[in-house]
Every structure is written in structure tokens, then in C-alpha cells.
Design a protein around this ligand. Sequence first.
Ligand code: NAD
Length: 498
Amino acid sequence: MSATPDTDPAHTNTAGAMIDRLSAQGHLIGDGWSAGDSGGRYEHHDPATGRVQASVALGGATEVTAAVDAAVAAGPAWRAMPLEDRAEILHRLADLLVANDPDSALLNARDNGTPISAMRPGRYAASWVRYYAGWVDKIEGHVVPTSSGLDYVMPEPYGVIGAIVPWNGPMMGMGQKVAPALAAGNTVVAKPPEIAPFGALRFAELALEAGLPPGVLNVVTGGAEAGQALVRDPRVGKVSFTGGHVTARAVMIAAAATLKPLALELGGKSANIVFPDADLDTAAMLAVLLGVGLLSGQGCALPTRLYVHDDVYDETVERLIAQAAALSVGDPSDPVSFMGPVVNNSACTRILGVIERAKAERSGTLLAGGERLGGSLAEGYFVAPTIFGDVVHGSDLAANEVFGPVLSVLRFRDEDEVIAKANDSNFGLGAYLHTRDIGRAHRVANRLEAGMVIINGMPGMSPGAPFGGYKQSGFGREGGRWGIEEFLQQKNVFIAGT
Ligand code: NAD
């Protein structure tokens, strides 16, 4: 174990050197790094080239227990720290995330294939850390009116928070979960996924550099075994989980053993409605940029189910095909690429399987893409921007998350019909609509069953706004006062006769 991270500038500036260092260091547990692999090892491939670039140590119960020990031990001092000092550490972390953002973007490109032009993970995470640094001295209690004494309510941290973050935005996920948990006075054990662990480990290095005391943030990389150990540990007060709904069920079952509270940020199949009065150029451009290109479709709230009014269907589809052809697909480390590879070989195979099934089941007409890209991209995990038109409502393609660059386009004739179809889903994370009619915009937004409705544009992603799902897209919210309340419990104190 080494007590401090390697901050030699010669070692920190390239993504390859960071991956070498972070994979050799392993988990951050208490005051040091450890490469314990009781959960096995994961061979990490560069998604753009398919080349093996690291062997990642997978933690299991041994590493998670040690991390929870460290988080428990660090709790009292972190909670007792003067609030201005706690806030200052978080502000310093935000500054470091911004200063290192260009390197973090390149690291992210190698971690999960996200192009540097599409995502600035350091800047994004910093915006959350800074926002919640501002909350540290604004968590207020309440006095309950009574004539028989003094009755007050104090928000208190849970103690240790378990944070299970997804692979499509590991550094972002750390900002969204870790910042509010720490601001509220909790300590944290975070578990990034094995398939993209480096952004979260880099976040932890920067947190130490910012002066976060040892044990306040621990990071154990691993898969299901580490996730289960974290959820089952009775000393973990609450778990905030981001991932798929099937895994979420396993998390709920594990949490039942200790009746542990959960916040679940899950997936979706967000509807996007184009009314006949919409600006079709903008609607088609955003439908493809967000529904196909951004993160190669690997985003929880991306609009992947596009409903287009019959009157403008053909002209919209023409624009969609042109936009898909114009998408710049390539090396995610190259600033000209907007769309990169999918995260790994198994995701690539799975997505191509969904496309083949949709063709075989005649779920829709293939309008663009549908295959793996070859030529100079053949070694990487690149799926062509894919669009299916006239998709059958209720088909697997229309109903379920593909988590790849595959857009389903469906027709509709009137407002009631499209609202019913949009809401006919097990999920309710995001919903989008395009119209120039302000009355219709409000009316439809009110009736859509989703945690977020975006009108004529793209999500604002402000750390002050609540983000989370309806139905099987989960429960709990990240962002704003809702996000910090997830990490606080309320204690009522009554002093009789005062
Ligand atoms: P996943 O469900 O496979 O894994 C999520 C996390 O859970 C990973 O860290 C994984 O290692 C861990 N895990 C796996 N099995 C576990 C188990 N049995 N017990 C405990 N932990 C376990 O999801 P993924 O493939 O990493 O991410 C994709 C999914 O996440 C998609 O459905 C996507 O929509 C969703 N997502 C949601 C949001 C959101 O904020 N709502 C954000 C990003 C991704």
C-alpha cells in the first residue's frame, strides 16, 4: 500500500500512463491504495482499438469490508469538521477536476469510448461538487410549534453511504452521488463497475489531492460480488445505485436483509414526440444527435423512441437519414469525432443481436446502419448509426432499452393517441417533445409520465435540477435539494416543559 497517489506530472498527463498507474494502484481504501483481487480480475480493452490495455483488480467481500471499516472510522471526524473546512475541501476538489478536465476527457475516451467532443467529465463532475459544496452550511433543521416544550427536527447524515456508479459516466456518477453524500456529512464507499473503473479512481486521486481525509471516500472497483457485499454490509446506512432495472432487483433483494433504504437511478426508453408544427430541422438534428450519436446511445435518458406525426413523417425521416449519415463516427480521442465505439465487445455483440432480431421479427424497416463498422474502425467496437422506421408499437425494439446507437421511429395521428403510446411503457425517465404551440407544450408535458420533460431542445443537466425516474426507471432524485435530502435522515428532539 502507498499512502499518497503518484502525482509526478510526467506520469499524469497521458491517458495510457493514467490507466497504467490506476490499474496498478487498484482500490482506494482508507489511507492507501491496494490491488486486492478477491473478486477476480477484468481484462480491460480500449473500446476504439480492441487492444488489451489493463488488468483491473476486482474487489470482493474482503476489499469492501475493509473499505467500510475505513469509512466507519473516518465518519466522526468528518462529521465534526468545521463546515467551512468541509466546504473548502469540496471547492478544492472542484478546482482540481476543472484543471484536469482535458486529461480526464482523454481518460474517459479510453475508459468507455466516450468522445472528448461529447463529454467533459471533469467539468461536469466539478459542477456537481461545487454546487453541493455550497450546500454544506445550508442544511437547516426545523422547529415544530407546540405549547408543551421545545420540539425540533435535525437532519443528520446516515453514516456510511454505498455508491454504485455505472460505466457510461463514471466520473460524472461520482460527482452526482459522492458530492451530496459528503456535503451532508456522510462518508462513502463507491463501487465503479469493472468495465470502466478509471474515471472514478481518478476522481478519488483528485479528492485526496484536495485534502479529503483518508477514509472519507473509498473506492473499490469490482462487479456483482463487490456490489452485493456493499449492499449487504449492515454498517452501510443507505445505497445509491445507478444501473439497469434487472440488477436493481438483485440490489433490492440484498437490501431487504438489513431493510436498507435505496435510491435507484435506472434506465428508460424515453419518448420523443414531433408534432406537425415543430421546427423539423432542429427536431431531426436533435433526434439523431441525442437518440443515436451521443454516448453511442448508451445513456439512460436519451430519446430513443421517436414518435412523428403522420403529416410530417416522410420529410422528418428524410432529415433523420441525412443526419445519421452526417454523424462523425471515429476515434473518441479525436476532437472531430462526435460518436465513438460502444463500451466493449459484449455490448457490441449484444446490440448487433438486437438489430438482427428486430429485422427477423419485422419490428420495423431498417432505414440506416444496422451493422458493425469496418475499415479503419474494424478492430474497435463501432456500431453504425442505426434507424428503424415504422416501428411496431409494443415490439421489443420499441419497448426496451437497446443501450446502443439505435433509434426507433413510430407514427402517430393525434395528441391523445401519442400521449397514450408514450406512457405505455414500463419506464419513465425522460420524455421529449417538439412543438411551436406553447399551450400544447404545457398540456402534453403535464400528461407525460416521466421524471423529466424536455421541450424543443436537450436536457439542461443542471446540478440544481432533480433527476430521476417514474415507474421502473427508479426512485429517489439526484440534484438540487432533493439530491442532498437523499443522504439525510430526520431526527426529532422534544424537550418537555421548556
Ligand atoms: P448494470 O445494472 O449492469 O450495473 C450497474 C452496477 O451494478 C455496476 O457497478 C455493476 O458492477 C453493479 N452490479 C452488477 N450486478 C450486481 C449485483 N447483483 N448486485 C449489486 N451490484 C451489481 O448496469 P450498467 O450496464 O452498468 O449500466 C447501464 C444501465 O444503467 C442502463 O440500464 C442505463 O439506463 C442505466 N443508467 C441509469 C442512469 C440514471 O441516472 N438513471 C445513468 C446511467 C445509466
